[in-house]
Structures are given as structure tokens and as C-alpha cells.
Design a protein around this ligand. Structure first.
Ligand code: TXA
Ligand code: MG
Length: 329
């Protein structure tokens, strides 16, 4: 059931959470499937509802002002600076966990991902529940993250008893994840908070990716995927591409030739707006039951890097446009 957050529904949500049940919650990035972060039964339920493999650890969400040393054994100076600068906000820090953080939350890893969401509904619920909430994106494993309450229901149906409707997510792309457990800072997942902003506070961070499990699940090669096969175009958009039937296009701007199968991320060419609309547009494009979708990368700066990362992971390969045809690369 989708409900408007007010005192009564927030209490109801907190009650469900105390019983080990799950609740759909809005955050500034994407909607989360929240459960009691320290209750193994609730954590198991999250994995079951999402059909998520157990090697994929969860992020613990904490209220503003929370003392994270309750959850972690060490907070490096750089991590403290980042929390001071960006929390509440779209930044997840991976830190060494305390033994009482359940292994189910961290998939057996010695570290835990923690974030403080910047959304009044999430914060209100955390305050009433008075403990930490595990909240992965509220989609079935591998699918597009939901950025509206309706998208949560579309993804998870009746498996979630309550979804708090906090409106469309302002950022629309998951949090940026920084791993702080390796003696230096490493970008584990590009996200809504620009890496450049992070670096302006703590200096250069490592961007190399560590391969092999356990890796950020959002970093799996195929993730965030629509049902319709999506290809990444290595050719720039041309209006003539829309002449072929059955193709849909996801791109920054259509450039003055509107077409019913062209899905425009931001008519102003604004990357923040594009990020906020990306997953919803992918859902709308998916609902058209087209033969395939062609996505065009956006400028790779700021949040554009995270948008391109998601497009690439949603895609089944790349294509080029040659002599009026799409050719697989
Ligand atoms: O914006 C977000 O972060 C959203 C909202 C709901 O807060 N949540 C989200 O959760 O994106 P999820 O479960 O879809 O992605 C969690 C990511 C995973 O890719 C996981 O690998 C990474 O966080 N992660 C969690 N704990 C980790 C750890 N100990 N080490 C490395 N990566 C970790
Ligand atoms: Mg996810």
C-alpha cells in the first residue's frame, strides 16, 4: 500500500520495522527497501523480497547526528571530513564493522556501508524507529532502481506491506560509495555525489576498480537493466535514426525533432536533471515494449560519469550507426 507520510503512517511504518517487516522509503537518491539493520530476520526478508544474492552487502542508513562508532571500529580522519561535509547526503562510506553488525547485512565482509540520507521522510522514520535501517534500492535484483513510490510497487508488488510516498527522488541515482578500509580512499561506486566534490574536501581518491566478488553489486557488469534490450550507441544521435520502427532512444536532448520513441533526459542539457530523470525514463521506455532501446552517453563530467556508468551496466553491448543501420560492435 502506498501512503502519504504523516504522523500516523510513520508510526505504522516504524511498527512494521520493529516486527522485522520491510517498508518502502523515499531517499534523495532512489527509493529504498528498508528493514531493521540489526535484525537478521528483517535482513533475510530484504534479500528474499529483492531476490538478491547473498554476496551483495546492504547499506545501513543512520539518522543525522548518529554516532557511527556504534557500528564501526575505526573512522579515519578523511572519513570524518567527508561526513562533516556531505552528511546528510548521497555519500556511502565503507568502514570496518563492529562484531554486532549482523553478517547478513555485510554479506560476511569485515566492513559495512553506512550513509545518512538527505530526505525528511527517511530522517523522520529513522528518528521514530530510533535505530539503523538497512535499505537497498527497492527493485528486484538487477533491475532499474525506483525513483517514485509507484515504481516501488511496480517492482515489488504486495511483497512490501507499506510504501511511504515522498514524491519523486531529487537526485535519481544511487549514492556514491567510498571505501575507507584500505588505508586510502577508493571510489567503489560512482553516484549522485560528484567525485570532484569529494576530492575538493579530501584530495585525490583512487578510482581503480577492484574486481571479483565481493564487489559492489551495483558494480556488476549487468545491472540497472530494463526488460527491453538496451544498447549503448557509440555514434551521435541523428534524427534519421528514428525512421526504423521499433527502436527507442534515450538521450540528453532530441534537438528539436520530437518523436514518440525519443526519451529526452534534459531538454536544457542539464546533467543534474538528467540524473534525476534517468531511471524513470528507462521505465517509461521499457513500458513501450519496443524491439530495443538505444542509449547515448551524456557528457562524462560530474554526475554525468554516474549516468554513463548506469547506462553502460543497463546495456547488453554497444552499437554504431552505419549507412542507415545499427551494427553491433
Ligand atoms: O543511494 C543509495 O545508496 C540507495 C538508497 C536506498 O540509499 N541504496 C542503494 O543500495 O543503492 P543497494 O543495495 O542497491 O546498493 C548497495 C551497494 C552495493 O553495491 C554494495 O556492494 C555496496 O553498496 N556495499 C555495501 N556494503 C559494502 C561493503 N562492506 N563493501 C563494499 N561495498 C559495499
Ligand atoms: Mg541497487
Amino acid at each position: 500500500m502506498i501512503v502519504t507520510p504523516d504522523n500516523a503512517t510513520l508510526e505504522q511504518a516504524a511498527d512494521l520495522l520493529r516486527q522485522g517487516k520491510c517498508v518502502g522509503i523515499p531517499t534523495e537518491t532512489v527509493y529504498g527497501l528498508a528493514g531493521d539493520g540489526l535484525n537478521p530476520e528483517a535482513l533475510a526478508r530484504i534479500f528474499e523480497i529483492k531476490q538478491r544474492p547473498h554476496f551483495d552487502p546492504l547499506i545501513l542508513h543512520v539518522p543525522s547526528g548518529y554516532d557511527i562508532e556504534t557500528l564501526v571500529t575505526d573512522v579515519p580522519e578523511a572519513a570524518r571530513k567527508l561526513m562533516a561535509a556531505f552528511w546528510p547526503g548521497a555519500l556511502t562510506l565503507v568502514l570496518p564493522k563492529r562484531p554486532d553488525v549482523p553478517d547478513l547485512a555485510t554479506s560476511g565482509l569485515p566492513s559495512v556501508g553506512v550513509r545518512c540520507p538527505d530526505h525528511t521522510v527517511a530522517q523522520e522514520l529513522l528518528r521514530i524507529f530510533a535505530d539503523v535501517l538497512a535499505a537497498p534500492s527497492a527493485n528486484r535484483f538487477g533491475r532499474i532502481s525506483p525513483t517514485t513510490a509507484h515504481a516501488v510497487r511496480e517492482e515489488l508488488g504486495d511483497a512490501v506491506p507499506l510504501i511511504l510516498d515522498g514524491g519523486p527522488c531529487q537526485r535519481g541515482i544511487e549514492s556514491t560509495i567510498i571505501d575507507c578500509t584500505e588505508g586510502r580512499l577508493r571510489l567503489a561506486r560512482p553516484g549522485s555525489l560528484e567525485v570532484e566534490e569529494i576530492e575538493s574536501v579530501v584530495g585525490p581518491i583512487e578510482r581503480t576498480r577492484r574486481d571479483g566478488p565481493p564487489n559492489a553489486p551495483g558494480m556488476l557488469k549487468n545491472h540497472y537493466a530494463p526488460r527491453t534490450t538496451l544498447y549503448l550507441s557509440h555514434s551521435p544521435f541523428e534524427p534519421e535514426m528514428t525512421r526504423l520502427e521499433g527502436y527507442g532512444f534515450i538521450l540528453m536532448r532530441e534537438g528539436g525533432i520530437p518523436h514518440r520513441s525519443v526519451f529526452e533526459l534534459s531538454s536544457r542539457g542539464n546533467l543534474i536533471e538528467a540524473g534525476a530523470r534517468l531511471f524513470q525514463l528507462m521505465r517509461e521506455a521499457d513500458a513501450r515494449n519496443l524491439r530495443c532501446l538505444i542509449a547515448f552517453p551524456v557528457p562524462d563530467t560530474g554526475i554525468g560519469a554516474a549516468i554513463n556508468d548506469r547506462l553502460k551496466r543497463a546495456s547488453s553491448g554497444s552499437v554504431v550507426w552505419r549507412q542507415g543501420e545499427w551494427i553491433m560492435e
